[in-house]
Write a protein of this length. Sequence first.
Length: 128
Amino acid sequence: MNKRSTIQRALTLETVKKLQRHVTADEVYDTIVKKYPNISRGTVYRNLNVLSELGEIRKIEIPSEAVRYDYLCHEHYHVICIKCGQIFDVEMEFIPDLEVRIKDTHGFEFTGHDIIFKGICLECNLQG
């Protein structure tokens, strides 16, 4: 994909990397608009999608949750806190051949996988 680089795209990428967490599009926009009030929400959203298509950030889609964007592009797993909704990286080896190991009875051709664990984060556990 040959996409023309723009100042807005560079700013969006810089913001995702600077925040260093699994951010929503709204969080990225809210951060950028403080310093650049003329940028539109649509511009930020479009650039997040382009950046994920280019492989410069990872798009994390979680059912019933807002899409998140990860500054770490390598294959890895995540855990979501069922109380506060924060997403964290899981420190474990990625299983690249998992699709080969599973038996499919529905005729799927597997193209990849995302595994998201659920639990309660340390901060929420301490709050009781």
